[in-house]
Each structure stands twice: as C-alpha cells, then as structure tokens.
Design a protein around this ligand. Sequence first.
Ligand SMILES: Nc1ncnc2c1ncn2[C@@H]1O[C@H](COP(=O)(O)OP(=O)(O)OP(=O)(O)O)[C@@H](O)[C@H]1O
Length: 242
Amino acid sequence: MSAPIFLADVTLTHGRHPAVHHLSGEFAAGSLTAIVGPNGAGKSTLLRAIAGLHPAHEGRLSARGRIALLPQAAATDRQFPISCLDVVQLGHWSRAGAFRALRPAETGAARDALAAVGLEGFERRPVGSLSVGQFQRVLFARLLVQDAPVILLDEPFNAVDARTAADLLALVHRWHGEGRTILAVLHDLDLVRTQFPETLLLAREPVAWGPTGTVLTAANRLKARMMSEAWDDAAEACGRAA
Ligand SMILES: Nc1ncnc2c1ncn2[C@@H]1O[C@H](COP(=O)(O)OP(=O)(O)OP(=O)(O)O)[C@@H](O)[C@H]1O
C-alpha cells in the first residue's frame, strides 16, 4: 500500500521566514510516529501543512484520505457557548456537510464517543466550564467521531494529569491497532521511547527519521539543540538554496 503522507524536499514558511526546510520522506500506512524537536522547530507547522491548512513554499507534499487534526490546546478558543455534545458532533461535518441535520445515529455516535472518553453525562455542559483535561477528552471524542484513517495530534498530553494521559494514550494505541496512521507532536522523550515505534526529530531541518531507538540518540539530540541555538529568526527562506 502506498504511503498516505509523502513529502519531497518540502519547505514551509511563515511569510518569508522558514519554519521547515527540505523535508523528504513518508509516513507509512498504519505507522505510529512521534514528531519531536525544540520549541520553534516547525512541528506544528508541519502538522498543519499535512492537514492541508498551510501550503508548501517549495517541494511536494501529498496527503491522501481523510485527515483529523487535534490542534495544540493553546490554539483552541473555548470561550464561546457551545456544549460538549455539539463539539463532538462537529466531527461529523467533513462527511455530513454544514447544511443537513445530523441523523439520530450520528448524534448517538457522538454520545457514545463522550462515554468512551469517560464523559458520560457531560453532553449539555458548556465546554468553557471544563477543566483542561476534560476538554482534551472532548477533543479526543471528536476524533473518535471523525473516524479518519490519518490522525494528527499536536501535543495531545500537554497539561493533562497522568490518568487522563494514560486514558488518551490507550485510545492512540487502539487507533494504531485499527491500522490508522498516527503522527503526534510530543516533548516527553521517555513517553516517545516507550510508546512510539517511529520518530521524526526535527530542528527546522530533519535531524533523523526512523525507528525511535536509532533517532533519539544523544548525538542526534545534541545536533538538534545546536541547530536550534543557531537559528536566525529573521532569515529569509530558504537558507540552503540561497
Ligand atoms: N502564524 C505564524 N506567523 C509567523 N511565524 C510563525 C507562525 N506560526 C509559527 N511561526 C514561526 O515558525 C516557526 C515554527 O513554529 P512551530 O509552531 O511550527 O514550531 P513548533 O516546533 O511546533 O514549536 P513548539 O514546540 O514551541 O510548539 C517558529 O519560529 C515560529 O515563531
């Protein structure tokens, strides 16, 4: 089976400023990959590009099939008055469209998803009233409803307690067992070592990509740190080609 996500010499920029340089490779179907690297390494930008939310400045990025993205919690505004059930039901939109009413089975699936993340009885609660961990559970319920073959998670376990992280990680493993392709941006390297078979170490340029044990070596991590210390945030794209 061909890879659902394929990148050939991809460069991503914000305005003229580079965020990801010259990334080539593929995420194989059914793979479970951690994306790690220093702050500002381009990890979120890469996920958004794969999700089709950020165009490639150079190179070719192809992503096949439906893709579900869990954005970083800090990027999510939940001050508007919307219930947990409504947020989860938004997961149906890519298939139902914005204009037809949801079928009873779809509402049922959203209720089941809330129950599956431990939030039975939270259907009518406004999301603004939830704790950080409870809201992250709601977003995972929305991913369950999206039922996408490719799932992108941006720092999914940030600021959640150990029990919530364990429950959400179990869902990630369930999705992996179902053959979905999963990419997760993570900072906890112990978690990556024990739970994620593949890793991409990014420092705007790729440092290493492959089996986690071969990527997270001391030498590669030092290289990533040195590359991040050498960043010139005012640089124009694209340094290597210039
Ligand atoms: N909307 C934006 N406009 C301008 N520059 C941006 C924007 N978003 C990100 N950048 C810049 O692009 C670079 C990569 O940012 P990105 O958020 O992808 O990094 P990251 O690896 O996800 O970082 P972190 O671990 O801190 O979340 C950074 O220098 C950042 O300042």
